[in-house]
Design a protein around this ligand. Structure first.
Ligand code: NAD
Length: 468
């Protein structure tokens, strides 16, 4: 039995089979999700292609429908949040915020202008550059922020006049399916189709002949496979991939004043944030005091089931990721690092790992060089700022980074030198729908959000009129 349905052509649809969805707080299957087969995926793409013909024609109608979609989604926060917490693990409060944030994103896009630019208008020629929708978009999301990251794709894709087939991660399909049910009450049939299934379903989507665009958020490894799969058909791509963000403290910071922000930047969503702090570079002179302050925050954080209102840090979302984090930490400790807080999984059911602050880990170890994507932060001392910048940039990733100082201008000058898509001063993971978000190097291709993100769901057309 499946608890929620797929949406194909505006109808609620079960699949021929289902798969179990685990609650990470218990480690047990707590619900089933439809396992979309290839025939149903074809139906979804056909429905999206058919709906595109009308959907693309009326921008005003799209805006008012997106506005209504935003309202319905926000109004459903109390329904969606417990479903999200049960499958994803995050505290209920954060799940609620995620749904409201997604509603906010849709509202932003309902108001965003689709630019038209006259580039020449003289006695000979009038030439205008317009943005046209691409057609059907295949959207694929990961398990850390299923609702928010869906909204990042749906807002611009639908505003621009495209139609969508959306697939959530098989680890967290239920909240997105429920969101699809809610949005299908206001979207015309076929404009948004939501299907669920495993990685194979994603592979069928990216190699399918119908979609003209793939919008993917997930790991760098999968992103590379998707780029290859899109190549034969020259499908357009937006890839939002992994990160290994560095935060650099300058020598004038007051650790007590910033420790809470640093802790949240590293440990929110149990460290499962693409642009979370994953390496912390600290001047040697401040190392011990920063480590102590972070360790105190870590020790005080309440770890538990996200349904418990006292919980601040939920479980790691799934077993493979939990095992990976356990391995990375064990390997670092075996290599000579020590844990100033945490350091070992919590006994009992569920995928619980306490916030862990590691000292003595260095470049060349996996916990520093790879994306840990879990509640573990290595603190790395540095001698001079050029060295810190060089070490922060010595990675294939380039999603975001931050510099912290009592003097924002001084920090800003250092932040500019970071090779990443977003460089914050005295903040980390400060995102907004108006800011283009994307990664350099292996962290992605293209950006989401703002007019720049919207442009990624459009093709440019020059409309040229000769006057003589
Ligand atoms: P993942 O790559 O394993 O899976 C993401 C999605 O891709 C899932 O829906 C999955 O079923 C699907 N998929 C897997 N293999 C596929 C294939 N070959 N073809 C098509 N689809 C396929 O990622 P994950 O483990 O779910 O998410 C964690 C990763 O996502 C982390 O690396 C994190 O940094 C990254 N992430 C990036 C951003 C960003 O905006 N840059 C945001 C959130 C998460």
């Amino acid at each position: 039995m499946s608890d929620v349905s797929m949406i194909i052509g505006g109808e609620r649809r079960a699949a021929p089979s289902t798969f179990g969805v685990v609650n990470p707080a218990t480690g047990e299957v707590h619900a089933d999700a439809p396992d979309c087969d290839e025939g149903q995926l074809n139906e979804a793409f056909d429905a999206a292609a058919k709906a595109f013909t009308d959907w693309r024609t009326d921008e005003d109608a799209r805006r008012s429908i997106l506005r209504e979609a935003s309202k319905r989604l926000s109004a459903a926060a109390d329904r969606i949040a417990p479903v999200l917490t049960a499958e994803q693990g995050k505290p209920l409060r954060s799940a609620h915020m995620e749904v409201l944030g997604a509603g906010y994103w849709l509202r932003y896009f309902s108001r965003l202008e689709i630019p038209r630019e006259v580039i020449q208008d003289d006695e000979h020629v009038r030439a205008e550059v317009v943005h046209r929708p691409m057609g059907v978009v295949a959207a694929i999301t990961p398990w850390n922020f299923p609702i928010m990251l869906s909204a990042w794709k749906l807002g611009p894709a639908l505003l621009a006049g495209n139609t969508v087939v959306l697939k959530p991660s098989p680890f967290t399909p239920l909240s997105t399916l429920l969101m699809g049910e809610i949005l299908s009450e206001v979207l015309p049939p076929g404009v948004l189709n939501v299907v669920s299934g495993g990685d194979q379903l994603g592979r069928w989507m990216t190699s399918h002949p119908v979609p003209r665009k793939i919008s993917f958020t997930g790991s760098t490894g999968t992103g590379k496979h998707i780029a290859a799969s899109a190549a034969p058909d020259l499908k357009r791509l937006t890839l939002e991939l992994g990160g290994n963000d560095a935060a650099i403290l300058l020598d004038d910071v007051d650790p007590a004043a910033i420790v809470r922000k640093l802790f949240e930047g590293a440990f929110d969503n149990s460290g499962q944030v693409c642009s979370g702090i994953k390496r912390l570079y600290v001047p040697e002179s401040l190392h011990d005091v920063v480590v102590d302050a972070l360790a105190a925050q870590a020790a005080a954080a309440r770890v538990g089931d996200g349904m418990d209102p006292d919980t601040q840090v939920g479980p790691i979302q799934n077993r493979p990721q939990y095992e990976r984090v356990c391995d990375l930490v064990a390997e670092a400790l075996a290599g000579g690092a020590t844990a100033a807080a945490g350091g070992a999984p919590i006994d009992g059911p569920g995928y619980f790992f306490p916030p862990t602050v590691l000292v003595g880990a260095a470049e060349g170890t996996r916990i520093v060089d790879e994306e840990q994507f879990g509640p573990v932060l290595p603190v790395l001392p540095y001698r001079d700022i050029d060295e810190a910048v060089a070490r922060a940039n010595a990675t294939n990733y380039g999603l975001s980074g931050s510099v912290w100082s009592a003097d924002p201008d001084r920090a800003g000058a250092v932040a500019e030198r970071l090779d990443c898509g977003t460089a914050w001063v005295n903040a980390h993971v400060a995102l907004g729908p108006h800011q283009p978000f994307g990664g350099l190097k292996w962290s992605g291709v293209g950006v989401e959000n703002g007019p720049w993100g919207l442009a990624g769901y459009t093709d440019l057309q020059v409309q040229y009129r000769a006057k003589d």
